[in-house]
Design a protein around this ligand. Structure first.
Ligand code: NAD
Length: 261
């Protein structure tokens, strides 16, 4: 029997991409899905696809902690307390130095970092009371070092890694696991807009399967695909001039791929 059977999985950003596919996989294994997103359309189509299975949906903004707490309380009222939080809501806007605006940087940090803080806030007191639970945060390989044109995104995801590392140590004695997930490029609506060809991207279905496997094992950290993860590791750990050179090379490669369409 699946470890997810009859458990309640709260997924932020469940209306699209990775969050949506995780919802479908977990529902197939018998989990009750508490799906939350800013946009109602994705939630409605997810609920239609999971018709007949236990699912509750809520439209809420993860940057609004008061509204988020209320939405999670409502979802838990319908399905029961959250066993598993998957914080997948995120935005992928570029913030190049040539068009630097504090508002753009703040917007990315607000959703990708503070939105995770708020999501954890909405479930952690209950998990601590029950002395069980699992927090899963969608970070990124872009967290390994500041990537050019992605300063805000990289900073937000590096912040997520730090949050997870701190909480993992503190919460282990309370029976609560913490998993940091660092994917490379995954083909979703977020990355479609970037204009990179399919060959470079992991399709979202297999990506979600890899993530579910790590969640099942209550793994501390997951990065994939292996080649990209190695590249990111080298960029972070080689002497800075070499890492900077590699990051510049990667930027030019991405720009060339985008130009080719
Ligand atoms: P996506 O755009 O397909 O889905 C993101 C979802 O988050 C959307 O449904 C959106 O409505 C929701 N969302 C955005 N802002 C929100 C807010 N303020 N409140 C509530 N919901 C909000 O993107 P995705 O590719 O599935 O990304 C999921 C997560 O994985 C993100 O955190 C992203 O940074 C991370 N990630 C994605 C990739 C990739 O290549 N796709 C790689 C690494 C990490």
């Amino acid at each position: 029997m699946s470890v997810f059977r009859d458990s309640v999985a709260l997924i932020t950003g469940a209306g699209s991409g990775i969050g949506r596919h995780l919802a479908l996989l977990l529902a197939a294994e018998g989990a009750k899905i508490a799906a939350l997103d800013l946009r109602p359309d994705g939630l409605a189509s997810l609920a239609a696809e999971l018709a007949g299975k236990p699912i509750a949906t809520a439209v809420a903004d993860v940057t609004d902690v008061v509204a988020l707490r209320a939405a999670v309380a409502e979802l838990e009222g319908t399905l029961g307390p959250t066993d598993l939080l998957i914080a997948s809501a995120g935005v992928g806007r570029g913030t190049p130095a040539t068009a630097w605006r504090a508002e753009d940087v703040n917007a990315v940090l607000n959703v990708n970092l503070l939105g995770v803080v708020n999501s954890i806030d909405a479930v952690l007191p209950g998990m601590r009371q029950r002395r069980r639970g699992h927090l899963v945060v969608l970070s990124s390989l872009a967290s390994y070092r500041g990537m050019p044109h992605m300063a805000a995104y990289s900073a937000s995801k590096a912040g997520c890694n730090a949050l997870c590392d701190s909480l993992r140590v503190e919460l282990a004695p309370e029976g609560i696991a913490v998993t940091t997930v660092c994917p490379g490029w995954v083909r979703t609506p977020m990355t479609t807009a970037i204009g990179i060809p399919d060959g470079v991207m992991v399709p979202v279905g297999p990506a979600a399967q890899i993530i579910v496997r790590a969640i099942r094992r209550r793994q501390a950290f997951l990065s994939f695909p292996a080649g990209m993860a190695w590249q990111a590791w080298l960029m972070r750990n080689l002497p800075r001039p070499v890492g900077d050179w590699m990051a510049g090379l990667l930027l030019r490669r991405i720009q060339a791929l985008q130009a080719r369409g």
